[in-house]
Design a protein around this ligand. Structure first.
Ligand code: AMP
Length: 192
């Protein structure tokens, strides 16, 4: 089974993807994680994307499509969870083509529906918790970058709702509930 988790920053995509990894042995493909890795290991590409990411803007389609292609070509998995990808219509088309090439298909696109005001609180919380635990705080977990990330979501990514709805693949869950309730809602959608 291959699925996309859709939702603005702080919606809980990463958390829910992790549950699916533990429960179903699926593999999480997070372009945000891949880009952060490139950034911290200081590769040419990492240097190129660092500022864009810190501001909360989207990196180019070419870069993220390239990252996903490489992962898909080198990882074998019973199923993939796309987390934070696709974020534009061009990426969505590219993902469709890549999966076709591999003889795989997309099974579900699940949007985590959240309330924007609460997102700001969640992100600030994530930064505070990281700080308290002595862990690095994401450079884009501040209010200004978060606003840019939310704007990018609504402008560039939310059209994917219509795109997948038209393909009969779109579903949504209530992302503001407790973590375990969201987890149960997703399980219910996937096990239909
Ligand atoms: P995330 O961890 O998914 O919130 O991603 C962190 C940042 O990485 C985003 O704000 C973008 O700058 C960049 N990024 C991650 N995934 C994508 C994508 N699919 N397309 C463009 N930029 C991305």
């Amino acid at each position: 089974m291959n699925i996309i988790l859709l939702g603005p920053p702080g919606a809980g995509k990463g958390t829910q993807a992790q549950f699916l990894v533990e429960e179903r042995g699926m593999v999480q493909l997070s372009t945000g994680d891949m880009l952060r890795e490139a950034k911290s290991s200081g590769t040419e590409m990492g240097k190129k994307v660092a500022e864009v990411m810190d501001r909360g803007e989207l990196v180019t389609d070419e870069i993220v499509i390239g990252l996903i292609r490489e992962k898909l070509e080198t990882t074998d998995a019973p199923g993939y969870i796309f987390d934070g990808f696709p974020r534009t219509l061009k990426q969505a088309d590219a993902l469709g083509d890549l999966l076709d090439e591999m003889g795989r298909k997309l099974d579900a696109v699940i949007e985590l529906r959240v309330d924007d005001e609460a997102l700001v609180g969640r992100i600030v919380n994530r930064a505070e918790q990281a700080r308290a635990a002595g862990q690095p705080v994401r450079a884009d977990d501040n209010e200004e970058s978060l606003r840019t990330r939310l704007a990018a979501y609504y402008k560039m990514t939310s059209p994917l709702v219509g795109y997948y709805y038209a393909k009969g693949m779109y579903d949504r869950v209530e992302g503001m509930r407790e973590m375990d309730e969201v987890r149960a809602q997703i399980a219910e959608k996937l096990d239909l």
